[in-house]
Design a protein around this ligand. Structure first.
Ligand SMILES: CCCCCC/C=C\CCCCCCCC(=O)NCCO
Length: 584
């Protein structure tokens, strides 16, 4: 080798260097040109789609205005249980319920930009249900006439599932997914689709097609993601019940940020046939769809009906076991043993989140439950395993899609990481670890090597065994912990602090059922503690601290989790916290 290099003359060497530089230049020019053409073509799609959405919103407003304002305000003031009762008794018609929620949905959308499409056929579906109900032999299904909002990535016949990619606009689904079919059978009426972050792999809510969805409490802050449109819509009163999806916190984080309640069930509790994932072919990081609502009570009523009738889904998708709603687990008198933590050892949450857990602990103890400390083991390793397994091809699948699209600026950090070859990331991780150990962990987490990937899967399996072993040792029924690291931050923060999903992604890696219930709001003393005591030892803590300053009044939830098929114990705990706080 040395001989060969030695034999190349200086001028030859210069020639080769020039050739390489020319090659790189030509590649870069070609890349820039093809990106310019892609963006030029997609800009017209964005304009067309936004114009269509404006018309669609106007049509929804027109439908909402068909109803007398006084009647609409009265129906709009009913909670889920009350509306359900009035619809069952025939005091409110399905058409009135849908018109009311078109009206309320438009108001919430104007405030937060939460909706990507109103499902205008909902009015006709409602009228058909009202017509059927005229027959004395007709038995109303349990959720007869209740309007249902849906995260945009869920498949509804005739509507797009773009996941915020402009390239996927105007490619409507040809069928409803099994879950949507089931919800319709139970009487629910899908009435709108809601916004998501591009790719779904973020906990903010912006994309180049529909723009940014904001938090109903503060426009400058995010509603969370990826089921952020649902959080914003429900939090702003535009829907009573909606469906989100969650692979790292996407149901739970928006609930925490918007003061709403929701559950991510373990993977097998819903049918997935006919649905779609953010990254298909990704075993061991289990995603699921889950309900979101203004309170836990509504989630419980919804799931009682869906799981009570789960054979509908199991019959159509044999991979969904016919596990029915477990009433004895939900309404058991037996006191629970609950493990709790306020800090996972990877990312200390800001003071209000810690206070929310401690207050919930007190409520649960007052109700007679035993609440003892629990320490989730080795969270640094969990974070590494999670990112390795969620980006199992080093992010290539999502990156390929992003490079054919307009790229959302608020997910630039992960996009940049995915563009850097993994061996370069690995090499950089060594010096970075010396000055910034936590970033070093992230920089060494991605792999494209199947040997390392297999090892990660084996480690996840071992971690699952270890975690449930620890719970069994202490005879624990559920875990109580923070829902996130901070209250809703500004829109660009989630991408800068991606590793802030540690409190939620743990329960995807474990495939536990996990839910979030609103508990409190950030107060002045939380802010004082934040300023005086919150760590500033690295950039992530500094960003988190400054994003939390000024968050007084923002909602704070807590998370409850339990092993698969024990979602009813999670809901029971959440409901007991809710009852202790709201009294209803
Ligand atoms: C070096 C690290 C690179 C990190 C790349 C980040 C990739 C993914 C981040 C995942 C963050 C998950 C947020 C929650 C997303 C979610 O639950 N989506 C639901 C999809 O159904």
């Amino acid at each position: 080798m040395i001989k060969i290099i030695g034999s190349v003359s200086r001028s030859n060497m210069l020639f080769y260097v020039a050739l390489i530089l020319l090659g790189i230049g030509a590649y870069y020019y070609h890349f820039r040109e093809s990106r310019r053409k892609i963006i030029e073509r997609l800009e017209t799609v964005v304009q067309r789609r936004r114009d269509d959405l404006s018309k669609n919103v106007e049509e929804a407003r027109r439908i909402g205005n068909k109803l007398d304002a006084q009647r609409r305000d009265w129906i709009g003031g009913l909670d889920f249980e009350q509306l359900q009762g009035e619809l069952q008794r025939g005091h409110v018609s399905c058409a009135e319920a849908v018109r009311t929620y078109f009206y309320k949905g438009v108001l919430a959308h104007e405030k937060t930009n939460a909706v990507t499409a109103f499902i205008l056929e909902a009015e006709q579906q409602a009228e058909e249900l009202d017509e059927k109900a005229k027959s004395p032999s007709y038995v109303k299904p349990p959720m007869f006439g209740i309007p249902l909002s849906l995260k945009e990535c869920l498949k509804v016949k005739g509507y797009d599932t773009t996941r915020g990619f402009v390239q996927d606009a105007y490619k409507p689904s040809t069928e409803d997914s099994i879950q949507i079919e089931h919800y319709k059978k139970l009487g629910l009426i899908p009435f709108c689709q809601t916004n998501v972050p591009q790719s779904l792999l973020s906990y903010n809510c912006s994309n180049p097609l529909f723009g940014t969805t904001t938090n109903p409490y503060d426009k400058t802050r995010t509603c969370g993601g990826s089921s952020g449109g649902e959080g914003a819509l429900i939090g702003a009163g535009g829907s009573l019940i909606g469906i989100g999806t969650d692979v790292g916190g996407s149901v739970r984080i928006p609930c925490h940020f918007t003061g709403t309640a929701g559950l991510k069930p373990s993977k097998m509790r819903f049918a997935h046939r006919g649905g779609g994932a953010s990254v298909p072919g990704k075993p061991l990081i289990d995603a699921n769809d889950g309900p979101m609502a203004q309170d836990v009570k509504t989630n419980v009523e919804f799931l009682k009906n869906v799981w009570g009738d789960i054979d509908f889904q199991s019959d159509r998708d044999p991979y969904c076991p016919p596990v029915h709603w477990n009433e004895s687990l939900y309404s058991s008198e037996k006191k629970l043993r609950i493990g709790y933590y306020i800090d996972d050892g990877w990312f200390t949450p800001t003071p209000a989140l810690q206070r929310a857990v401690l207050e919930s602990k007190k409520h649960l103890e007052k109700a007679g439950h035993t609440v003892i400390p629990f320490y989730p083991p080795r969270l640094t390793e969990v974070i590494k395993l999670y990112f390795r397994a969620v980006c199992l091809d080093g992010g290539q699948y999502v990156l390929n899609k992003l490079l054919k699209d307009m790229i959302e600026p608020t997910i630039r950090f992960q996009t940049t990481i995915w563009m850097i070859p993994t061996w370069v990331q690995r090499a950089l991780s060594y010096p970075i670890t010396l000055v910034f150990p936590r970033l070093g962990v992230l920089m060494s987490s991605l792999t494209r090597d199947t040997f390392e990937l297999r090892e990660a899967y084996a480690d996840i399996e071992a971690y699952r065994e270890e975690f449930v072993g620890l719970m069994m040792k202490d005879n624990l029924d559920v875990i109580l912990c923070p829902a996130s690291i901070m209250p809703a931050p500004q829109h660009d923060i989630p991408s800068k602090v991606l590793c802030g999903v540690s409190y939620t992604c743990l329960y995807n890696l474990l495939d536990f059922g996990a839910g979030v219930v609103p508990v409190t709001k950030v107060n002045k003393s939380d802010e004082e503690k934040l300023i005086n005591e919150y760590p500033e030892t690295d950039k992530w803590y500094q960003i988190t601290k400054s994003a939390t300053i000024g968050a007084i009044g923002m909602p704070i939830g807590v998370q409850v989790a339990a092993p698969p098929f024990r979602e009813e114990a999670v809901l029971r705990t959440m409901r007991e916290i809710e009852l202790a706080i709201t009294g209803k």
